[in-house]
Design a binder for this molecule. Structure first.
Ligand code: MN3
Length: 207
């Protein structure tokens, strides 16, 4: 799976279609959660980003990548709103594309990624344990992302709110959204159970 072409998109941003049905990740992620997460929460980041750019024709020529990587080029009054919502758009686009029904063939790392995980963490099982522990430790709303650095190394990164790993020059490989909106309808306050179940539907890209 390639890096998102969402990064090359410009205003007005549009909600990408979910690449599977809302109930495709049952029983691990329920249909209602998928509907609200994609059609309401993700759509709201898109709407808010478009709204923040509406009065700034110069910024409407910026790609999502440029909006995320050039915060100092944004008008101070809109900087936080644009950064936060552009981050939400990037993170959610990647999140939904890195999930697939549990019967898909892509739920374990293969090839070069499997080798790199072995060299870095000892084994895939150990990598899962470390990622899960980091995801449980996110305080409040945020993300845990297993990322590839420019130097070709793996990093497990915790992010607050809608920060992204782009300023750090990294590419997310798998993403755990641990905002409560990602799991509360089904799992209530049991984030650990959600994280354990998410492994069944996470997709590992090729590197
Ligand atoms: Mn979310």
């Amino acid at each position: 799976m390639e890096t998102s072409d969402m990064l090359d998109r410009k205003y007005p941003f549009q909600l990408p279609a979910l690449p599977y049905s809302y109930d495709a990740l049952e029983p691990y992620i329920d249909e209602e959660t998928m509907y609200y997460h994609h059609d309401k929460h993700f759509q709201t980041y898109i709407n808010n980003l478009n709204g923040a750019l509406e009065g700034y024709p110069a910024l409407q020529d910026y790609t999502l990548r440029q909006l995320l990587l050039r915060p100092n080029g944004l008008p101070p009054a809109q900087r936080e709103t644009i950064s936060r919502n552009a981050g939400g758009v990037f993170n959610h686009d990647a999140f939904f594309r890195h999930l697939a029904p549990a019967n898909a063939a892509s739920h374990a790392p293969k090839g070069a990624l499997l080798e790199l995980i072995g060299r870095t963490y000892g084994s895939f099982e150990e990598c899962k344990t470390l990622v899960s522990a980091r995801a449980k430790a996110v305080f409040g709303s945020g993300w845990t992302q297993l990322c590839l650095t420019r130097q070709g190394r793996l990093r497990i990164v915790n992010l607050k709110d809608q920060e992204t790993v782009l300023p750090g020059g990294m590419r997310p490989l798998i993403l755990f959204d641990v905002w409560e909106h990602a799991y509360y309808l089904k799992y209530k306050n049991d984030r650990a159970d959600y994280i354990q179940n998410l492994w069944n539907v996470v997709v590992f890209p090729e590197i």
